[in-house]
Design a protein around this ligand. Sequence first.
Ligand code: AMP
Length: 187
Amino acid sequence: MHVILLGPPGAGKGTQGAILAQRLGVPKIATGDLLRDAVQKDSPLGREATQYMNQGLLVPDEIIMRLIGEQLAAPHAARGMVMDGFPRTIAQAEAVDQLLGEQGEQVSRVLLFDVPEEELVRRLLARASLEGRSDDTPAAIERRLGVYRRSTAPLVGYYRDRGVLTTIRGAGTVDEIAERITEAVGA
Ligand code: AMP
């Protein structure tokens, strides 16, 4: 089962993605984690990506496709995966469709996390003091929310048209939300 978690920064995709991946027995692939890892290792890809990430901008599609092409083709992903934080643009969504299609697979379900914007800002600022992420500053948070509205929100229509979109109410405890997700994917 190939599940995509769609939603703005701070919506809980990382936390819920880990729970869901464990329940389904498939890997969770998060482009944000892969990118932070590349930055930490100071790889050429990490050096290219870091300037965009620090500003709260999207890393160019071409870099993301290099990053996930391998992941999607890896044998451990054959039974499915939980995709956290990608696709984030229509071009990335088309690329995912194509990569999965080449393996005779398709996107099974897209879960849209619905969380009010004030709550997102509150969570992201709380995370900033806990994790010290360089893109959890007030200015970068504002920019990331704007980028989500402009570049990523159009994916809602893309997946609704394909009949695979389910909206998950993002209010409540971690356990309550995990239950809603389990129900939505029939895990
Ligand atoms: P995240 O951990 O998902 O919030 O991602 C952190 C940052 O990494 C984002 O603000 C972007 O700069 C970059 N990033 C992560 N995933 C993507 C993606 N699929 N496309 C473009 N940029 C991404």
